[in-house]
Design a protein around this ligand. Structure first.
Ligand code: NAD
Ligand code: UD1
Length: 340
């Protein structure tokens, strides 16, 4: 099978899970936001665990039609997981065209190559960001969709594009997986999240405070209508998320066209709860202060995960403490990530 973006945070952990489940995996990644070291580490972890699948890596841009054609022409690809894309909400506001070019362009090229080579099974990385602020948590897949950033719009447009593709021609099985807040790392401590620049997201920021790369965490707002006043999110261990992809792939025949499925735990945690769990995992106080709200944030975002349980036979099992312990093992042994 083909995994685009397989060197990235979620892609690397999922590639390992796929190899361990016995799949042969071809990773296509241009390394624009990742490191070849991640692939080397996936390969050695797979070998250590006696994984049955084989890994092949191609450094390529997922918009390169000719390179995609050559990959599919090998005849070994029967299904695809499409992680490749740009994902920083703030950056997408400053550079919208980059987001439309990469996220939409890569999907158009990939799905065209799939169609041309008779490959019809696709798992796509969507996001809980497609649920509009008016939608009420726990969020079901049929909640109102709208989004406020160019990044979010690329996910909404791609979801719609894939629905159109599936409607136009029978035989497609397309899973739109809407991730909630993936955090944590592989429990080996060898593969994890390695953001470039100042992290936008909560857990990588906390972890960089913990290793001394940042002075303090700023909690964005403590006057929300929640138990402790800070925002509540559905954090999910990246290993659970990876297992969710393996489950989606195994259940892909049940999609009959194109369907969306939430990948979340169904349980929310506030910013202060995450900070407390991370502090316990790190074993020392982590400096923080309460600050202003971040524009665009909403008080509570939590998944209704029941469709994933029914359709994929999958539910998340790992706790917030597991997520923090694994994130800390990764960050403390790799304080500067992959170091390149
Ligand atoms: P990531 O940046 O770590 O991984 C994306 C990978 O795609 C990187 O390895 C990057 O080098 C590669 N890539 C980017 N443009 C490419 C191109 N044109 N051709 C080939 N490879 C390219 O991000 P991630 O956190 O692993 O996210 C994976 C997917 O999940 C993304 O589509 C993202 O939008 C989506 N998602 C992520 C989150 C999250 O919180 N991390 C939440 C919801 C959805
Ligand atoms: C953000 C994006 C979302 C994207 C997701 C994963 C926004 C508005 N939303 O979600 O579209 O799919 O990341 O990439 O950007 N927080 C702090 N201090 C920090 C960082 C975060 O208090 O330094 C708080 C935030 O206000 C939020 C919570 O921590 O309440 C989680 O933030 P984050 O990790 O950025 O995820 P989301 O905002 O849920």
């Amino acid at each position: 099978m083909l995994v685009t973006g397989g060197a990235g945070f979620i892609g690397s952990v999922t590639t390992l899970a796929l190899l361990e489940a016995g799949h042969d995996v071809i990773v296509a990644d241009d390394l624009s936001n990742s490191s070849k070291h991640a692939i080397d580490r996936v390969e050695s972890l797979a070998r250590e665990s006696g994984a049955a699948g084989d890994l092949e890596f191609h450094e390529l841009d997922a918009r390169d039609d000719a390179a995609l054609h050559d990959l599919f022409a090998s005849g070994h690809i029967t299904s695809v997981i499409h992680f490749a894309g740009l994902k920083a909400v703030g950056e997408s506001v400053d550079k919208p065209l980059d987001y439309y070019r990469v996220n939409l362009g890569s999907t158009v090229s990939l799905v065209t190559a799939m169609r041309d080579h008779g490959v019809r099974d696709l798992v796509f990385s969507s996001s809980a960001t497609v649920y509009g602020p008016e939608a009420q948590s726990p969020l079901r897949e049929d909640a109102a969709l709208s989004t406020s950033s160019p990044y979010g719009r690329t996910k909404l447009f791609i979801e719609q594009m894939l629905r159109d593709v599936a409607a136009a021609e029978p035989g497609w099985n397309i899973a739109l997986l809407r991730y909630f807040n993936p955090i944590g790392a592989h429990p080996s401590g060898l593969i994890g999240e390695d953001p470039r620049g100042i992290p936008n997201n909560l857990m990588p920021y906390i972890m960089q405070v913990a290793v001394g790369r940042r002075d303090e965490l700023v909690v964005f707002g403590d006057d929300y209508d929640t138990a402790d006043g800070t925002c509540v999110r559905d954090y999910i261990h990246v290993l659970d998320l990876a297992d969710g992809h393996v489950a989606a792939l195994h259940a892909i025949d049940r999609f009959h066209g194109c369907q969306a499925v939430n990948l979340g735990t169904g349980t929310g945690h506030s910013v202060l709860e995450v900070l407390a769990a991370a502090t316990a995992a790190v074993g020392k106080p982590l400096p923080f202060r309460l600050g202003a709200r971040r524009p665009g944030d909403i008080a509570v975002t939590v998944a209704d995960p029941s469709r994933a349980a029914a359709l994929l036979g999958w539910s998340a099992t790992r706790t917030l403490n597991d997520m923090c312990t694994d994130a800390w093992r990764w960050q403390s042994t790799n304080p500067f990530g992959y170091g390149d």
